[in-house]
Design a protein around this ligand. Structure first.
Ligand code: CP
Ligand code: NVA
Length: 328
């Protein structure tokens, strides 16, 4: 694997071997971290973190990964910088590339992170766009590999709105690494056709399978992993909740649905999650529509099957591998 100087914008840009190499490096760096073995592979380098949307996991993962690698980092949040308001992405890229060794970007369209990369002479990492969330999928793949000891042939069922970043990125990750990906969504909420075609042609070479299903009970019957995400993503208007709730309610991951799955099936979620009414939005939406949990119920979220916090921790180990592989 030689990723030195490369961007990390979407998994489609990487080969199966490169993704596998990043997972191996993540496991190695995770083991070092657990054993307290220093791994300051990027000593003296610096990274700029641009967040045009909010974050807990991705921001903290980048910051801790950078510190562990011996780097400095600067966080530029949704407010407080000139980006987008007084300065273009092209100018921002050239300014930051003059001071930093790498730039992370979380925001809206994929074309923005692409433009940043086009104008930056240092590696650019995608920390989530509307279309893709590649560092999340890297952590998901590492988690699956840890749980099952392999990736090839594992059946991952994504429940809910598969048109957005998580549904799309998981389909790409599964296609590249030889998993069986099922999008379980209402008609019209599957990933876009052109991306599906691309993934099916990748799948032909990796042994992956890409299927779409609208019946939740059928979809999970053979699943090794049931995965879901919030029904309304960052940047979407509040008014879409009503339509989304009525469409997605049958796709809620609850105990009854999980009864249809194998005993060995695990539950995954990129987080944050509305699994109870203890958050501001969870409470507001849950009370309005008479639901205790939205995309997943609390009993599944807190069950033995749920690996969501291991998955969250793996964000840091995998992001560290991306930084180390592209900078050292
Ligand atoms: N999963 C994820 O990207 O979480 P944050 O929005 O907290 O970064
Ligand atoms: N689909 C979600 C993912 C959050 C990690 C969003 O874009 O808000």
């Amino acid at each position: 694997m030689d990723l030195k100087g490369k961007d990390f914008l979407k998994l489609l840009d990487l080969s199966t071997e490169e993704i596998g190499g990043l997972l191996d490096l993540s496991a190695e760096l995770k083991a070092k971290k657990k054993q307290g073995i220093p791994h300051r592979l990027c000593e003296g380098k610096n990274i700029a973190l641009i967040f045009e949307k909010t974050s807990t996991r991705t921001r903290c993962a980048f910051e801790v990964a950078a510190y562990d690698l011996g780097m400095g980092c600067t966080y530029l949040g949704p407010t407080g910088s000139q980006i987008g308001i007084k300065e273009t992405i092209a100018d921002t890229a050239r300014v930051l590339a003059g001071m930093y060794d790498a730039i992370e970007y979380r925001g809206f369209g994929q074309q923005i992170v692409q433009e940043l990369a086009d104008y930056s002479k240092v590696p650019v990492y995608n920390g989530l766009t509307n279309e893709y969330h590649p560092t999340q999928v890297l952590a998901d793949l590492l988690t699956i590999r840890e749980k099952f000891g392999k990736l090839k042939g594992i059946h991952l069922v994504y429940m809910g709105d598969a048109r957005y970043n998580m549904g799309r990125s998981l389909m790409v990750g599964c296609a590249k690494m030889g998993l069986h990906f099922t999008a379980c969504s209402p008609e019209g909420y599957f990933p876009p056709e052109d991306l599906t075609e691309t993934c099916r042609s990748i799948a032909a070479g990796t042994g992956a399978v890409i299927t779409f299903e609208s019946d939740p009970a059928k979809a999970v019957a053979d699943a090794d992993v049931v995965y879901t995400d919030i029904w309304v993503s960052m940047g979407e208007p509040e008014k879409v909740w009503e339509e989304r709730i009525s469409l997605m309610k049958p796709y809620q991951v609850n105990a009854k649905l999980m009864e249809n799955a194998k005993d060995t099936c695990i539950f995954m979620h990129c987080l944050p999650s509305y699994h109870d009414l203890k958050t501001e939005i969870g409470k507001k939406v849950g009370e309005k529509y008479g639901m205790d949990g939205l995309e997943v119920t609390d009993d599944v979220f807190e069950s033995e099957r749920s690996v969501v916090f291991e998955e969250a921790e793996n964000r840091m180990h995998t992001i560290k591998a991306v930084i180390a592989a592209t900078l050292s």
